[in-house]
Design a protein around this ligand. Structure first.
Ligand code: SAH
Ligand code: SF4
Length: 361
């Protein structure tokens, strides 16, 4: 099967072109057509010699994703459901903020981490996405914007869709290099955030990359007992392994970490947990920001959203202890834009359809 050309970093494309007997400067031309002019067919690469176009055409595709569903919410959020070449479906979300347009990308088909509150965790991972499939999500959204003709561009990326990015580390890194490349999409590293459930060894690697991309850690509980209950990854990487990894990252990069904390009613939203969290972070509060996330209830999951009062008390307790924090505003709740919800609904529908078909046959 042909490989997606979007999976190659500029260096990889240059090497490939030179290995195939073409001049180095051609890589820059091709890159420009892909990411600046954003063509949808190799033949549109006007200043590229025919032999190279033929060569590219025979080895690569300009897209393996096909749009299945596009839902626009009243607040401008757009949810895309894409079909991959192997028939799997993934979701990508475009959100509008006053500071720009942000895209939430998926990194795996399903997720093996299995957090008990997450819709993505229900369906275990069937495979990693390739770097090309991750880049293509951005390209699909950018092409959609280009077609609208309003001269809008994707300015921010959050790697917070389905999947654990650090469980697909090499493809994640290639993806980051492609979208960040200044000759191409040039999405600033400071405008990109990668969220992890806390795969500690990879946090050391990420700190060593020397890249300015932001890191978010899904902490969700301030002690091992509770954290292991809602996130089974905590058994492999409990807080005594996670905190040194965080310290290493902070020391190495001097960059702020965002701690994500989903508020689950009567589970982790008591004042006591806010105090424990403040204690856990107190020696690094100058480089910490806690993002309090109102839970998006998922069908068949035992959790509810915290009461407003509990959210405010939690927030105030952290603030009183000098921990900077905020409550995440929601986007596209009318279109299931949260974390794997549209995809899991779609899969349920598909299952029901197949079952019905079976009964009728
Ligand atoms: N696997 C990574 C990134 C994807 S999940 C991680 O866990 O960090 C991105 C964020 O969405 C995580 O903080 C996750 O805990 C949160 N999330 C998952 N399901 C949610 C739900 N139903 N409501 C609100 N946030 C959710
Ligand atoms: Fe996977 Fe993140 Fe969902 Fe946990 S919250 S199951 S790590 S996608």
């Amino acid at each position: 099967m042909k490989q997606s050309i979007y999976g190659l970093t500029f260096e990889q494309l240059t090497d490939w072109i030179m290995e195939h007997g073409e001049k180095k400067f051609r890589a820059k031309q091709v890159w420009d057509w892909l990411y600046q002019k954003r063509v949808t067919d190799f033949s549109q690469m006007k200043n590229v010699n025919e032999s190279l176009i033929n060569l590219l055409e025979s080895h690569f595709t300009l897209g393996t994703l096909t749009e299945e569903i596009k839902q626009e919410s009243q607040d401008g959020t757009i949810k895309f459901l894409f079909k991959l070449a192997d028939g799997n479906v993934i979701e990508t979300v475009l959100m509008r903020f006053n500071y720009g347009l942000s895209v939430c990308v998926t990194t795996q088909v399903g997720c093996n981490i299995g957090c008990s509150f997450c819709a993505s965790g229900i369906l275990s991972k069937s495979r990693d996405l390739t770097s090309g499939e991750i880049v293509e999500q951005i390209m699909q959204v950018q092409h959609h914007l280009d077609n609208q003709g309003k001269d809008e561009r994707v300015s921010h990326i959050v790697v917070m869709g389905i999947g654990e990015p650090f469980d697909n580390y090499d493809n994640l890194m290639d993806f980051l290099r492609v979208v960040n490349d200044q000759k191409g999409l040039s999405i600033g590293a400071r405008h990109i955030t990668v969220s992890t459930s806390g795969i500690a060894p990879k946090m050391y690697d990420f700190a060593d990359e020397g890249i300015q991309v932001n890191l978010a850690l899904s902490i969700h509980a301030p002690n091992n007992d509770l954290r292991s209950k809602i996130m089974k990854i905590n058994k492999a990487y409990p807080l005594e392994k996670l905190m040194p990894a965080i310290d290493y990252y902070l020391e190495k990069t001097n960059r702020r970490i965002t701690f994500e904390y989903i508020l689950l009613k009567d589970v982790n939203d008591h004042k006591e947990e806010a105090e424990q969290l403040a204690n856990l972070l107190k020696d690094k509060r100058h480089l910490s920001y806690v993002n309090l996330i109102p839970y998006n209830p998922v069908a068949d999951h035992p959790y509810d959203r915290s009461e407003k009062e509990a959210i405010l008390t939690f927030y105030q307790t952290l603030m009183d202890r000098g921990i900077k924090c905020g409550v995440r505003t929601e986007h596209g709740t009318d279109i299931d834009a949260a974390c794997g919800q549209l995809r899991s609904k779609q899969i349920e529908k598909e299952k029901a359809r197949k079952k019905k078909k079976l009964q009728n046959s």
